[in-house]
Design a protein around this ligand. Structure first.
Ligand code: ATP
Ligand code: PRP
Ligand code: NIO
Length: 486
């Protein structure tokens, strides 16, 4: 199958209905109508108390390259679903819109806008699928990684998931998201090359099977590498794997850096305790015990409870596939649209289910922190143009249970949505990945522990400003009046 078009791009990485709607807007003369779309998710991933934002790097690359190539247009023609004049319009299409986004490494919560696309209805429509595709995956993996990191503390976690990820892109962008979430390295060499993530690894059972002898295999590895971690569970961890690793480490002495051993099967609590004793007794107190095999934050916590002597964790499947939650469920909704008179008007999707309702208008999200201790008080969603920094005290209330409220004084308000593209121009300079990764740790320090526990965390407040709330209520009333009249 020939899918290697020389001018291939991600522009057709969109759902067909987006193009169908665009053809309607185009034919009906609405192509230049202004619109605002916002993306948010409704439920916290893994029932965690916070999520880690990731995906902006990929979004920037996508939007920078957003144009229909010749073979894109040729293909659309073959579908017979699109008219020639519309295809001519697409051939000249460029993203001239504005993207505001939370930046990578930031903590985010449900029901707050994470991305905001302001431009023509055409621009906002075309990009929905790709933007959601990117953040739905990357936020989930960054959050899963942060959960795991919070359990292992200062211990090292290596990302091993490429072989089990949902294909190439997931392996690549997933490991980057995991690094933002707090993982220390990746086994994916291309991710090392492209993103500068430190690569690390040990060796597989195949090396031992090739030599059909552990001692010979470890010796060969030691003769060809300085840093050595031997995989000790191919035949019998305690009776042959560890004794052979110790034998080679002793024979090679200073000629190698004997980093330790890896265990990849069996009872890791029992084995790691025994292995620790054997290494210590042989004089290798600094040698580390690496474990891998179906690990996630729950298993790790359980192993810790059992007193396992594990220093380094190798984690693949359950991280990279977000094993216990297949999607974040982020959505992208039209919140403001230009009417026939040129006025921007509110719009929302109404539902009997409160959590399914979007919030009309164009917004900013403010992180409210206490000026003295720097800790987060909650997030405050305003209509754009409102600036809580000008207020001495802030009245914050739960939009679903308005009787739950507090007044915050002596606070700092930090806007989370930043300009990334303005009128098609990239204006945001991405920090390097190390800075992004470090920012996640700083943001977590500002979050109270009650939101960070991995089981039943407190619900972090995401409140609406009075104006934003009133605007939403007025819109709901307007829609009810409209339906009543029919
Ligand atoms: N002491 C332990 N307590 C809780 N879970 C453990 C413990 N030791 C290992 N596990 C986990 O149990 C699961 C099964 O491991 P086990 O090695 O028994 O089976 P396996 O994966 O079928 O082994 P193999 O890789 O040899 O096929 C893995 O997810 C592993 O992380
Ligand atoms: O379990 P994960 O968290 O996904 O970690 C990655 C796994 O990948 C390797 O296994 P391999 O592909 O050699 O197969 P195995 O399951 O038989 O060990 C490695 O030995 C780990 O077990
Ligand atoms: O380096 C390793 O030990 C490794 C890498 C990928 C998957 N499993 C193990």
């Amino acid at each position: 199958m020939d899918y290697n078009y020389p001018d291939d791009s991600y522009t057709l990485h969109t759902d067909a209905y987006e193009l169908s709607m665009m053809q309607t807007y185009y034919k009906k003369g609405l192509a230049n109508r202004k619109a605002v779309f916002e993306a948010f998710f409704r439920k916290m991933p893994f029932e965690n108390g916070y999520a880690v934002f990731a995906g902006l790097e990929h979004i920037i690359t996508y939007l920078k390259n957003l144009r229909f190539s010749k073979t894109d247009i040729d293909y659309l023609k073959t579908t017979g679903q699109f008219d020639d004049d519309f295809l001519d319009y697409l051939a000249n299409f460029r993203f001239q819109g504005t993207l505001r986004s939370v930046v990578e490494g930031e903590l985010v919560f449900n029901h707050e806008p994470l991305l905001q696309v302001e431009g023509t209805i055409m621009e906002g429509t075309l990009v929905e699928t790709a933007l959601l595709n990117i953040i739905n995956y990357q936020i989930m993996i960054a959050t899963k990684a942060a959960r795991i990191k919070s359990i292992v503390g200062d211990q090292t976690v290596m990302e091993f998931g490429s072989r089990r990820a949902q294909e190439f892109d997931a392996a690549l962008w997933g490991t980057r998201a995991a690094y933002i979430g707090g993982f220390d390295s990746t086994s994916n060499v291309r991710a090392g090359k492209l993103f500068g993530i430190p690569i690390s690894g040990t060796h597989a059972h195949a090396l031992v099977q090739t030599y059909r002898d552990e001692y010979e295999a470890f010796k060969a590895y030691a003769e060809t590498h300085h840093d050595c971690t031997f995989l000790v569970d191919t035949f019998d961890t305690l009776r042959s794997g560890v004794p052979n690793a110790i034998r080679v480490a002793k024979e090679f002495g200073d000629r190698i850096n004997f980093q330790g051993v890896r265990i990849d099967s069996g009872d890791m609590a029992y084995l790691s305790k025994k292995v620790r004793k054997m290494l210590d007794e042989a004089g290798f107190k600094d040698a580390k015990i690496v474990c891998s095999n179906g690990l996630d934050e729950k298993t790790i916590q359980n192993l810790q409870m059992q007193g396992a002597k594990i220093d380094v964790w190798g984690i693949g499947t359950k991280l990279i596939t977000a094993y216990d939650q297949p999607t974040l469920g982020a959505v992208y909704k039209l919140t403001l649209v230009e009417d026939e008179t040129g006025k921007m008007v509110n719009t929302m999707k109404i539902s009997n289910n409160v959590s399914k309702m979007s919030t009309p208008g164009k917004h900013q999200v403010w992180r409210i922190t206490d000026r003295v201790d720097g800790k987060s008080e909650g997030d405050y969603v305003t209509l754009s143009g409102e600036d809580p920094r000008q207020l001495d005290s802030l009245y914050m209330f739960d939009p679903n249970y308005t009787f739950l409220h507090k007044t915050v004084k002596d606070f700092v308000a930090r806007p989370l949505l930043q300009d990334i593209f303005v009128d098609g121009q990239l204006v945001y300079e991405q920090p390097d990945l190390e800075t992004i990764r470090a920012s996640r740790a700083t943001h977590l320090d500002r979050l109270w522990d009650e939101y960070k526990r991995d089981l039943n965390p407190e619900v972090y407040p995401v409140d609406l400003s009075q104006k934003c709330y009133d605007n939403k209520m007025a819109m709901i009333q307007e829609i009810h009046d409209y339906v009543d009249k029919i």
